[in-house]
Design a protein around this ligand. Sequence first.
Ligand code: 5GP
Ligand code: ZN
Length: 111
Amino acid sequence: MDCVFCKIISGDIPSNKVYEDEKVVAFYDLEPQAPVHVLIVPKVHIESVLGVDETNSAVIAHVFEVAAKLAVELGVTDGFRVVTNTGENAGQTVKHIHFHLLGGRKLGREE
Ligand code: 5GP
Ligand code: ZN
């Protein structure tokens, strides 16, 4: 499949990983928008929030467990955001569901 995040998960494309387990991987965004900008990505290829259903939603809950751990580890518990863009109008560029963990600076309302 021609999916950049599937290729990162399989190791075909290198990434700067901060966390990995059997269900998810987390790595630093190539173009960071904040001092801490990590992408938390389920290993299963789900296209977006629109592809989440009762068969795969457990991995999304797991993403938030990992987000909580990483927020502590990366020192952003004073304020951070977990964001998933869905569809063109929201600016989704990679069609494999992923969660931006952003922190380390004051975050504005429109980002
Ligand atoms: P989206 O715009 O779909 O919400 O987020 C995609 C994110 O993936 C962008 O912030 C972009 O910088 C990041 N990204 C795209 N390709 C790569 C890559 O090959 N490696 C890494 N580490 N990040 C990537
Ligand atoms: Zn994929």
